[in-house]
Each structure stands twice: as C-alpha cells, then as structure tokens.
Ligand binder design. Structure first.
Ligand SMILES: [Fe+2]
Ligand SMILES: [Fe+2]
Length: 338
C-alpha cells in the first residue's frame, strides 16, 4: 500500500518478527555490502524498510523540486532584463528536470508516478517547507539562489554517495546544476549591492532578512530530534548529520554575506575560536513545525497550483494514452503478418 511507503514510522514495525533463513541470509549479505561501501541497484535484494525510507525521501525531494518552481516561476515575466529572464527561465526549467530525474529514481523502487503525485496532491506527502514562503521582490530571486540553492547544495552533495545507486546518479547531475543556481543568485545580488541604488540595496537586505532563518531551517530538526537520521546514516542514505550540514552552511554564508555587504539577521552570530566555527542564535522550531504542518504563508496556494497543473494537463495524458492505444492496435496485424 502506498501510504506505507510514504510513512514508515507510523506503520511501525519495520522488522518482521519471524523471518525465513533465506531472508536472514539476504539481510546479512545486504548489511555486508552496505558496510563495504557498495552501491545497491534497483534489481538487488533490499530490506523493506530501506526501500520505504528511500521512496519517502526521494519522492519528498522530487516534490520539493517541482513545488520549488512556483515561487521563482512567479518572477519570469517580471525579470528586469533579457539576460536575467533567460537565466531565471533556465534555472526554473532545471528544477523541473530535477523533479523528473528524482521521480524516475523513486519509480525504480516499485512505486508508480501516479501514486507519488496522488500523495502530493492529497497533501499526504511532504516537500521542503522553504517553498511555502512568498517571493515578494526581485531581490528574492537572487536571495533564493544564494541561500536556498546554497543550502540545497550542502544537503545534496553528500547524497551523491548515497548507497542507493539510482538516487546517487541522479544527484550527481542535480548538484552540478544547483551550483549554477547558487552562483547566478549570488551574482545577481552582488550586481545590486555594488552597482545598485540605495533602494535596490535595501531591497536585497530585506530579502536576506526574510530568507535567512527559513534557509537555516532547511537542514531539518536538530540531530537529537531527528527520528530517521540514525537508521539512514547506518544505511548510507544519509552521510552527514543535519547539525553538521547546518554549521557548514552558516560558516560559508557569513563570509559570503560580508563580501556582499549585507547583515545576516542574527545578533548572536559570533566566531567561536575554540570550535573554529560560527556560533548562531536559537532557531524558531515552532515556526518550522507550523509551516511543515501546513500553516506557512503559502502552503495552500502552492498545493493548489500543483493540483491545478495536474487537472489542466488531463487532456494531454488522455491524448497520449489514446495515441499509444491506436499505435498498439495498428501494430497487431503487422506483428501477426510477421
Ligand atoms: Fe533543484
Ligand atoms: Fe536549484
């Protein structure tokens, strides 16, 4: 059943009480391969819980890519120059492509794309909470590229070594493109900060003020409150912990903000000589949980946009099916003749 694939924790017991000798041997061989750092392919035996965890993670990731097209797609017609428009268009198309690679990777685990979309459209599946915030000005385009795609890269580079090979392969290509997304965003902000008017500089600072904390939250709950992390680390699905990734992101962003000439909205940011890292203030996890639970500024709007796109595309799916059926029908006499 599909909901089991999406929510393995609620379904409980991932390990069957009684297992055959064969299953125990298969499990041992699987564990040995994971320990040896080998990649698992779609046709290989894998424990149910590993499969379900991957379907959940890869599909959430795929949903995030296509929902992530919405806040930026909103600005394509309002880009200030032809160059910026072409860059933004390319970036939003990239995100659509990322969604496709990832849906295809999830399908290799035995869940159909219709099931994956149904989970998104019915609100059962989650996607990254960052995309439930609005993009209010042009400076949001640069800031999303710099901070949101920047955080995505930190999160995603370690997944290029994920133990499930189809996911790892998809991530290698995605990360290359994410790197371009981050650079175009930063370069756009740099242009406004170096050559812009005071009003444009203020617009950049305002966008950074709004996007900083949601970006820091993108790494998910602290390690001690992240229920699936330990098992995912054990399986080589997750390689670096949420808190370590978050720290790496903050350390990089502080220096980039300095060059840009913007202030990060955290009075507690301070260099810690002993840790050799930047300390940062407390994260508002109540806000994170509220947005994740559906009460962010744009949750309803984003979901509705995806449902509308699905419904408005019904005629395309019907036409494709009718065409496939016709080809199949026409092909039968020829096969018989052969
Ligand atoms: Fe992406
Ligand atoms: Fe991106």
């Amino acid at each position: 059943m599909y909901t089991q694939a999406m929510d393995t924790m609620k379904d409980g017991d991932p390990v069957k009480a009684v297992r055959s000798v064969d299953e125990v041997r298969l499990q041992e061989a699987f564990d040995a391969r994971i320990d040896a750092g080998e990649f698992i392919e779609a046709k290989d035996w894998m424990p149910d819980h590993y499969r379900k965890t991957l379907v959940r993670q890869i599909s959430q990731h795929a949903h995030s890519e296509i929902v992530g097209m919405l806040p930026e797609g909103n600005w394509i017609t309002r880009a200030p120059t032809l160059k910026r428009k072409a860059i933004l268009l390319a970036k939003v198309q990239d995100e659509g492509g990322h969604g496709l690679y990832l849906y295809a990777a999830a399908e290799t685990l035995g869940t159909s794309r219709d099931q994956l979309f149904d989970a998104l459209h019915s609100g059962r599946a989650k996607y990254s909470s960052i995309f439930n915030y609005p993009t209010l000005t042009w400076a949001d385009m640069g800031t999303v590229g710099w901070l949101v795609d920047g955080a995505a890269i930190m999160n995603q580079v370690p997944i290029c070594r994920c133990s499930y090979a189809p996911y790892a392969r998809a991530m290698i290509r995605i990360c290359r493109e994410e790197s371009f997304h981050q650079r175009q965003g930063y370069e756009s902000l740099l242009t406004m900060m170096m050559r812009g008017t005071d009003a444009q500089k203020a617009m950049v600072q305002d966008a950074v003020d709004r996007w900083w904390w949601p970006s820091v939250m993108m790494f998910g709950p602290p390690d001690d409150q992240s229920p699936n992390s330990a098992q995912s680390m054990r399986w080589g699905i997750k390689r670096v912990s949420n808190d370590d990734l978050r720290q790496k992101f903050v350390d990089a962003a502080v220096e980039q903000a300095r060059i840009l000439g913007v202030t990060l909205p955290d009075p507690d940011l301070a260099w810690n000589e002993e840790r050799q890292h930047w300390d940062f203030g407390a994260i508002d996890w109540a806000e994170f949980r509220a947005v994740l639970a559906g009460d962010g500024p744009c949750n309803r709007e984003r979901l509705q946009a995806r449902v509308d796109a699905w419904e408005e595309g019904a005629w395309v799916r019907e036409a494709a099916l009718a065409y496939a059926a016709k080809r199949h029908h026409n092909a039968i006499p020829m096969e018989r003749a052969a």
